[in-house]
Write a protein of this length. Structure first.
Length: 240
């Protein structure tokens, strides 16, 4: 039985090591992701459009795109009613999701910098500047519920697109979907890492302050990883 010190999960390196081990993210998964680049890259525009249609279909998620976005210099919307897929600021934001999806199929998953990037993606949505270009800029705050649901929707869109792809055999589809599922569940855990409060991390969600301790935050993250592992087992049994 492998020993995991709960306190160690508060550091990115240890957390990723545990998450990868638990969900079974292997070099073969990374290779499946790399091999899917031609297919996934072709799907990116459709995936991004589907995701933003979903985001703009609810006022609670759409309102995050009303304030001027960091780096955007065009005309900003004044109300959610101004937003559409054709609005320049939405197109600006869509380009970031496109970049994120492209990175997923090109990053070296053996490098710490890859997981640091995914961690910064999570951090920047809490209102803290995760990336250097956002330093001294207005904070981008999106509540955890929306980020978790967004990742679930991205997984569903990718799943549908890959399953229906005519040029992939069943073995390839299975490998690609399982690999992406693992990565995006780890991404979800990285979101929880920054949203779930810790006693010694005042930068964590002020709205969540007082809900628990460092142990609660670590256990929530561990529960996320465990659930991802359960899904992998269920998937394997369904394929058997």
């Amino acid at each position: 039985m492998q020993h995991i010190d709960p306190a160690s999960l508060d550091t990115l390196e240890s957390r990723i090591s545990y998450a990868k081990a638990f969900v079974g993210f292997t070099p073969e998964d990374a290779q499946a992701i790399y091999a899917s680049k031609p297919v996934v890259s072709a799907l990116v525009p459709a995936v991004v459009e589907a995701v933003y249609k979903k985001l703009l279909s609810f006022d609670i998620t759409a309102r995050s795109f009303v304030p001027r976005q960091t780096g955007y210099e065009g005309e900003a919307p004044t109300a959610v009613e101004d937003l559409s897929l054709e609005h320049p600021q939405i197109k600006f934001r869509m380009s970031f999701l496109k970049g994120y999806l492209v990175k997923l199929v090109t990053m070296d998953y053996d490098q710490a910098s890859t997981w640091e990037y995914l961690d910064k993606v999570a951090l920047m949505h809490t209102g803290v500047a995760g990336f250097a270009h956002r330093a001294k800029k207005p904070g981008l705050r999106v509540e955890y519920i929306h980020m978790a649901l967004l990742l679930a929707y991205v997984i569903d869109v990718l799943l549908g697109a890959v399953i229906e792809h005519p040029d992939l055999d069943d073995k390839t589809k299975s490998a690609v979907l399982r690999a992406f599922n693992k990565v995006l569940w780890i991404q979800n855990d990285l979101f929880s890492r920054h949203y779930i409060p810790s006693e010694d991390s005042p930068s964590k969600s002020t709205k969540c302050a007082g809900l628990g301790s460092k142990a609660q935050g670590v256990l929530f993250g561990a529960a996320t990883v465990v659930f991802a592992g359960v899904l992998q087992v269920l998937y394997q049994r369904a394929r058997a």
